[in-house]
Each structure stands twice: as C-alpha cells, then as structure tokens.
Design a protein. Structure first.
Length: 127
C-alpha cells in the first residue's frame, strides 16, 4: 500500500509536466509563460484569501457567519491556490474545477434574531 501511494505521488507531477509540455507544443504558447501565469494566479489567490480569512474570522467571532462555512470555503480556495502554484495543466484544471464548485457560498445566509423583536429605549454612558 505504501508503494502505491508513493507511485501516485511520483507519477502525478511527471504526468502533469508531460501534459503541460504537450499542451504547450499543441497550442504554441511557451511552457514558461503557462507556468508563470498559473503560479502568479496561485500566489494572487492565496494573498486574497489571507485577507478574506481574517474578515471571515472576525465575522465568525461577532456571530455574523457560521464557523464551518467559512473554514470550508477558505480551505477550498487555499487548496486551489496551491494547485495553481504546482507546475502543470492538470493541477491547474483541478484548481479551476475546485473554484467553480458551488460549495458553501455565502449567498442565501440570513441571520435572524429570535422573534424578530426590536428593543427600544434610551441609553447613557456612566463614568
């Protein structure tokens, strides 16, 4: 079993690079341009997700957003960013598919107060 996992870990990057070279020859786009563009996209995605993760964490602490939804969404984007940084078109395609999956979108989440009550009154600061 260990050898099967090792063979997969060694074969995937080699197959990915072979597919990249084949696609570069077929399309006429230089291989270095493809690899640099995907690496730049991966780093950009990771940088943007770092800021978004901080905002989500603050929203979770305030109670505006559920914890699990933010973690899964951030994990999905970080994994896609790492796949984009890996050289190869197969890993890039997997990253794009991962980003396009509608997993844990924040749309449709409405926070409601129990009973939808409004509390009115006056306040003053003491001290």
């Amino acid at each position: 079993m260990r050898f099967l996992v090792f063979a997969i870990l060694v074969a995937f990057p080699l197959l990915d690079l072979y597919a990249s070279v084949y696609l570069a020859r077929w399309s006429g786009v230089p291989l270095w341009a493809w690899l640099m563009a995907s690496t730049l996209a991966g780093f950009t995605l990771l940088r943007a997700e770092r800021s978004a993760f901080r905002a989500r964490t603050v929203a979770v602490l305030r109670g505006d957003e559920p914890l699990f939804r933010g973690l899964v969404d951030s994990g999905r984007k970080v994994l896609a960013g790492l796949l984009l940084i890996m050289p190869g078109v197969i890993s890039d395609a997997l990253a794009v598919v991962l980003l396009l999956l509608p997993i844990n979108t924040n749309e449709g989440y409405v926070r409601s107060m129990p009973g939808n009550r409004v509390i009115e009154g006056r306040s003053r600061r003491i001290g």
